[in-house]
Design a protein around this ligand. Structure first.
Ligand code: KG4
Ligand code: ZN
Length: 332
């Protein structure tokens, strides 16, 4: 079963080939440079760039996977959530290909792609606690099986990725700044400064990052900021984000006793989060699952892989109109 995946939900144009559960190729054309001057994704520019790039990226994915167009069995595409203009480009390309090749078309929820991505190189062990930490979303799900997702909590305000990106912007580290903050932070002292750990109601598993962002702003505009290295500020700010995430994960593990824990989305690439979660879970005899680095940020391999896993379970693809806001429910 050869699946062509197409992902254009935000600012990365991606196409991938997945055969059964194996990733043959995964091409991502990043638009970071296009949006960097604006400090965030400009939807109109993103959609136009997808339009210019999508055919080439699909062609390269076929080339790198060493397969011909006619060998594709199924076309899988992100239907949402995301920017409607961006989604429509991928959807139209996928619909055109499926029609021309006379192959089925699978609409996939982008969040399902992220949630299943840690399983590409690991064994399933359900129920799985999924911690989704990306630029657009921060949420926890209890995954009973492929297609059966229960949302346990989400962020009340910013996502973890936004906390990294907005913090990095205040520090003039460019955009998106999560990776740079990770690198600088790994050379600093995470205990040098104490940023607040925002708390939502105690019995809630919800996250909140907007207060933390404000505290960095206040710190940078205070006299106190003079005597600290950039590395120490990054390490301490990053530590506060990681602490907030780990606290909620710890509570969810206690409450729901999952068989395994997996982290997904762009922030799952963060080295401090990986190290500290691995250490925290070792006390309960668990080892967290992370996607390979190439599958952390947005990519089409996770979309094709989700289609494979849904087909294996006899589940249909989702509706095919582009949807800007789309919760991850149980779609069976
Ligand atoms: O999953 P993703 O590509 O986009 C969404 O679906 O939203 O995630 C992008 C986010 C950005 O906020 C980026 O700064 C963050 O992932 N990110 C990181 C790291 N690599 C990417 N954040 C922290 N540490 C990293 N190493
Ligand atoms: Zn994403």
């Amino acid at each position: 079963m050869l699946v062509l995946g197409i992902e254009t939900s935000c600012d990365d144009t991606s196409a991938a080939l997945v055969e059964d559960r194996t990733v043959l190729s995964n091409l991502v054309a990043s638009q970071d440079a296009l949006h960097a001057d604006y400090g965030g994704v400009v939807p109109e520019l993103a959609a136009r760039r997808h339009l210019e790039t999508v055919q080439t990226v699909i062609g390269r994915a076929l080339e790198l996977g060493n397969r011909q167009l006619g060998e594709i069995d199924v076309v899988a595409v992100t239907r949402g959530p995301g920017l409607v203009g961006s989604l429509l480009v991928g959807l139209s390309a996928a619909q055109g290909l499926a029609l021309a090749l006379d192959r089925p078309l699978y609409g996939i929820n982008h969040l399902e792609g992220h949630v299943l991505s840690p399983l590409v190189e690991a064994q399933d062990d359900f129920p799985l606690l999924s911690v989704l930490v990306s630029g657009g979303h921060t949420a926890m799900y209890l995954v009973e099986d492929v297609g059966v997702y229960r949302e346990l909590s989400r962020t009340r305000d910013d996502s973890a990725g936004e906390a990294f990106d907005k913090g990095a912007k205040m520090l003039d580290l460019g955009w998106p700044g999560g990776k740079v903050m990770d690198e600088l932070g790994s050379r600093g002292d995470p205990t040098a400064l104490r940023f607040p750990r925002p708390r939502v109601r105690d019995d809630s598993l919800a996250f909140s990052f907007s207060g933390l962002k404000t505290s960095l702003w206040d710190f940078l505009h205070s006299d106190d900021s003079k005597g600290h290295s950039l590395e120490d500020v990054c390490a301490s700010y990053q530590e506060a984000i990681v602490d907030c995430l780990l606290k909620r994960v710890g509570e969810a593990v206690e409450r729901f006793a999952p068989a395994s824990v997996a982290v997904a989305g762009g922030v799952s690439a963060n080295s401090r989060l990986r190290r500290r979660l691995t250490e925290q879970l070792s006390h309960s005899g668990m080892t967290p699952l992370f996607p390979p680095f190439s599958l952390c940020t947005d990519n089409a391999a996770m979309i094709a892989y989700a289609a494979v896993r849904r087909m294996e379970n006899g589940l249909p693809g989702e509706q095919l109109e582009a949807v800007s806001r789309l919760p991850l429910g149980s779609v069976q």
